[in-house]
Design a protein around this ligand. Sequence first.
Ligand code: HEC
Ligand code: HEC
Length: 329
Amino acid sequence: MSMRTAGIILTFTLFIACGVASVFSSDTGVRTREAISPLEPAPALDPHKITLGEELFQDPILSGKNQLSCSACHDLDVGGTARMPRTVGYSGRLHRYNAPTIFNVANNYRLGWRGNFTSLEKQNEVVLLDPDLMASDWPTLLGKLRHSRYAPLFERAYAEEPSRDTVLDALVTYQKTLVTPNSRFDRYLKGEADILTSQEMRGYQLFKDLGCVSCHQGSNIGGNLFQVFGIFSRPQPNTDPSYDGDLGRFTITHADADIGVFRVPSLRNVGLTAPYFHDGRSATLADAVDVMAKSQLGEEIQKADIDAIVSFLNTLTGEYKGLPLKAKK
Ligand code: HEC
Ligand code: HEC
């Protein structure tokens, strides 16, 4: 069985497993089935909780030494991430992994490159308490918040003083609103048949024909499967002998079957979130597409095809608060 057939069969199985968006093509008048579905707008949540969560997210008060905010590594102005291969933690040590974008995070079924968390609350708490991330502890953090300008904001949003549950709830409520609908590709899916250029359409067709869509699908175009990085050829390993990040889920489960297994990342806004992969090894999207074709599909693809796929991937950039996300200079 060729890989392409395997890809198609896998795609087909996923269609059945995940439910599919129906798309009406005004060109042909035919309803086709797509493995990618448009993003729904942000849910309507309590505005006081959202505002409080937003302020907390941007405030270094959450960190042990009042020096590091969530937005330092998940900057909404640069695609919800940090422009570096791997971020540096509190103690100055390089993290194992690249900081993923915080946009559309609530649509991922698992969190982290190794998919080790199923709930945002749990993941956020680990970040807050991790000595190499925010290096906080609850008694100190709650003490600081209770004696700060936040006290009335908690009162307004929760009618109680800051607590572990309300801090996490405010942060998570805010993160649930970080949705970027209305990308040009979403508008295409919703029926604006002519919105994509022929180059972008060719890229989308390649994305489907090659089998990229068998792993990157659903409303986040990823975020809902575990896969080996390097099914056909092992991607270049990291040259630092002390680095174990390439082992992926194995570092958590210690099961041989999990060596090199990662959560398939979302490709929403991927045009803005360079560098790519778990260790930020690819500086450009073109390089990332080339690596994927070789390592995941066993395909050597021509530059013109890579360019077309990159054009398609750039149509996945959405809007936040009604404005298109941009790469800040
Ligand atoms: C010093 C940099 C840094 C700071 C500060 C930081 N993060 Fe992260 N964040 C990361 C890295 C690196 C990862 C990936 C970790 C992994 O996969 O193991 C991550 C992952 C995440 C994820 C999972 C995203 C996904 O798609 O899987 C969420 C959610 C998140 N962070 C939220 C937060 C919140 C909330 C804060 C503040 C309380 C915060 N982060 C502070 C670097 C940072
Ligand atoms: C068999 C599953 C699978 C297939 C097929 C696949 N990918 Fe991936 N993709 C992954 C995994 C897993 C990762 C994360 C790898 C890592 O960094 O460890 C990834 C990462 C990426 C990234 C980097 C995203 C980021 O934020 O760092 C891009 C871009 C990408 N894929 C595009 C593609 C394209 C284009 C194709 C088709 C040519 C493709 N993928 C085919 C599983 C797949």
